[in-house]
Design a protein around this ligand. Structure first.
Ligand code: ADP
Length: 647
């Protein structure tokens, strides 16, 4: 990092209090500059972020997640963390051994050597210091490892979401997706950051202690471990199972309490009017009672395990005292070693208890991996063909060739539709709600694939071309324009972020957005707040039209907004549409006959099929469905204008 001086933050810094324009604060006070420089220097250099997105995932992206594959991503950090953990586990457990050594070789009357005591004490201190330093470094390293992995995972899952087809993103799935992206990934982060390291540290600690015990006295080590390990293991296995059961009961219990509470509160009127209060209290008492029992159960489990393992350790110490004491008397064990055994026995207990506690974190992390794998294994329902070709620049002739389609293949929504739309033509779809107009439009943009037949542009079957080349030439204006966080300019240049100012200005002028922009405080650079709630509905639509204009697609698919606009906005939108539809193939889903009648051809859709096609004049003349709709509309308009005149 080379952010020396005050340069990076403008004119502040060394020169004192001059605030640079456009900066949120008045620069860095000179007395703090040195500290800031140091901080910046100690910042790790992150490589330039490279994010690629491919519609078809590569082999690497398709591999299932596993803990090992995840941690393996950063081999250097992993090796360093493991090395530090080994160092830590050894230095942390050297204490009792050194104590034993100091007693045996320094304090006992036969040696009486101060030097040994001092050296052992110094070594003890050194070990403690090394442990502290190694621990600090290890926490940092695993923190970085976890952060890097989780970062990678977030981008990976997000990329997968970008790849999935429209049918995946229904309302009910939004909640599940949010929970995958938040709680599941956080569970994993927890596991990677603390859990795995704890597992390694505690596991190694037990190994290191065992090694020290064997180094000091094999026979006593065998006896000690033989006494304590089986009992502790059995207690821990029982505790894990019992506490998992208890945890489930507590979780269900609180869910039931909350559900009952919310139902009673919401239905309070019905409860009162049917005199159900007493019944409700009894019911709630039972629900709360079950929750109490569950809590009591977990308390009992802990009450058995905690003191139980303490008890085991005390029993172990008693046995050790008897057996070890006997060995000391028979000169087969040094007294210092016996003391070290005592100290180690206490230390042996803690890792087992911690491992049992960490097991939950591990299970939750594993469960999250399973769920994330489920999400990542979901293929897009509309997939790009492996040998998809680039769609060359098209003129815009769209053909539906005996197309049938159903969201659920068993329930056809579109039935054998044949339709050809000529380049440059404007066609509107009209018909009752649910007839299949939007579905036809979604087939043109290949949000879905037909179950039978094909949709072609200039003779190219949509299933044979790449998504990117198809959508580059398609413009879609949805019914409700969606504005993203950013400025108005960003929103207009959404499809072509590289567009220059002149192009954006042309798009703004073309759809008649100029006046609106001039009125805004910062013009095009005005930020859009909360999806554009501060803009009127008409203004949002104009921005969406400008967005489509700037992308100059060959084919435009537009779902006319149904929102009621004032007359002025409506005429503006109509003028913008005239400009936008010029010289390109356009498919409009019209909700107003005033829009429909201006099209080159009108397609009347009913129950998934096309019932009439023709110009406004032709269809009115033919006296069919469209003529009837038109007649209703005219008479309604007449009533309305009579009403207006009368008032
Ligand atoms: P229109 O645009 O003419 O109002 P649509 O094309 O939206 O009609 O809908 C046609 C039929 O398909 C309707 O019966 C609708 O309920 C059904 N439908 C629309 N979208 C979906 C979807 N995502 N999943 C299942 N069914 C859908």
């Amino acid at each position: 990092m080379a952010w020396g001086g005050g340069g990076a933050f403008g004119a502040g810094g060394h020169s004192g209090s001059v605030s640079a324009t456009g900066l949120p604060f008045g620069g860095i006070p000179s007395e703090l500059q040195a500290g800031v420089d140091r901080l910046l220097e100690s910042e790790p250099d992150h490589p330039r972020a490279t994010a690629t997105f491919r519609q078809r995932p590569g082999a690497e992206e398709l591999r299932r997640l596993s803990l090992w594959r995840l941690v393996r991503r950063e081999p250097r950090l992993l090796v360093r963390a493991l090395g530090l953990i080994v160092v830590m586990s050894v230095t942390m457990q050297a204490g009792p051994y050194l104590t034993g050594l100091a007693i045996n070789d320094g304090m006992l009357p036969r040696h009486h050597d101060l030097a040994v005591v001092v050296i052992a004490a110094a070594a003890y201190l050194l070990c403690a210091l090394t442990t502290a330093l190694a621990q600090r470094s290890q926490v940092r390293t695993t923190g970085r490892l976890a952060a890097g992995i989780v970062n990678h995972l977030r981008v990976k899952v997000f990329s997968h979401l970008q790849r999935l087809s429209l049918d995946f993103f229904t309302e009910e799935k939004a909640g599940v997706l949010m929970s995958r992206m938040t709680s599941d990934i956080e569970n994993l982060q927890q596991l990677l950051q603390d859990g795995l390291a704890q597992f390694a540290v505690q596991g190694l600690t037990m190994l290191v202690i065992t090694a020290f015990l064997f180094v000091m006295n094999v026979r006593l080590a065998l006896i000690t471990l033989g006494l304590i390990v089986p009992a502790l293991t059995a207690a821990s296995v029982w505790f894990r199972a019992a506490s998992a059961r208890g945890y489930l009961r507590v979780r269900d219990g609180i869910a039931n309490v909350l559900a009952d509470l919310s139902e009673s509160l919401q239905g309070v009127r019905v409860v009162t009017s049917h005199n159900r209060q007493r019944h409700n209290v009894i019911h709630h008492r039972n629900v709360v009672g079950r929750y109490r029992d569950a809590n009591f159960y977990t308390a009992q489990v802990s009450a058995i395990y905690g003191p139980g393992t303490q008890m085991l350790s005390v029993l172990g110490q008693g046995a050790l005292l008897a057996i070890g004491g006997d060995m000391v008397l028979h000169h087969s064990l040094a007294i210092g070693a016996l003391i070290a055994f005592f100290l180690y026995l206490n230390r042996f207990l803690q890792p087992i208890q911690l491992l049992v506690q960490q097991y939950n974190t591990y299970q939750q992390g594993q469960a999250s991996i399973v769920k994330l794998n489920g999400l990542l294994a979901t293929p897009p329902s509309v997939e790009e063909a492996a040998d998809a070709e680039e769609l060359p620049a098209v003129e815009g002739r769209i053909v539906f060739d005996r197309v049938s389609f159903g969201y659920d293949p068993a329930v056809p929504v579109i039935r054998r539709v044949d339709l050809a739309i000529e380049p440059g033509e404007t066609v509107t779809f009209v018909g009752p709600t649910g007839a299949g107009k939007s579905t036809l439009a979604k087939l043109i943009t290949r949000f879905y694939d037909p179950t039978e037949g094909s949709v072609r542009i200039d003779g190219h079957d949509l299933r044979r071309v790449t998504f990117a080349s198809l959508r580059r030439q398609l413009g879609v204006v949805p019914q409700e324009p969606f504005l993203f966080a950013g400025t108005i300019r960003d929103n207009i240049a959404f499809g072509r972020p590289d567009a220059d100012d002149a192009e954006v200005a042309r798009a703004v002028a073309a759809v008649g957005l100029g006046e609106v922009v001039e009125r805004l405080p910062q013009g095009l650079e005005t930020p859009v707040h909360e999806r554009g709630q501060s803009l009127s509905s008409g203004e949002r639509q104009l921005i969406a039209l400008a967005r489509a204009f700037l992308a100059h697609p060959r084919v435009l698919v537009l779902d006319e907004a149904t929102s009621n606009l004032d007359l002025q906005s409506e005429s503006k939108i109509e003028a913008a549409l005239d400009v936008l539809l010029e010289a390109r193939t356009a498919v409009l889903i019209a909700h107003r006959l005033s829009t429909a009648m201006k099209a080159d051809r009108i397609v009347v859709v009913e129950r998934g099929g096309i019932v009439e096609v023709g110009s406004h004049g032709e269809l009115v003349q033919a006296g069919g469905r469209y003529a009837a709709m038109y007649a209703t509309w005219v008479s309604q308009a007449a009533v309305e204008s009579a009403g207006l005149a009368g008032s």
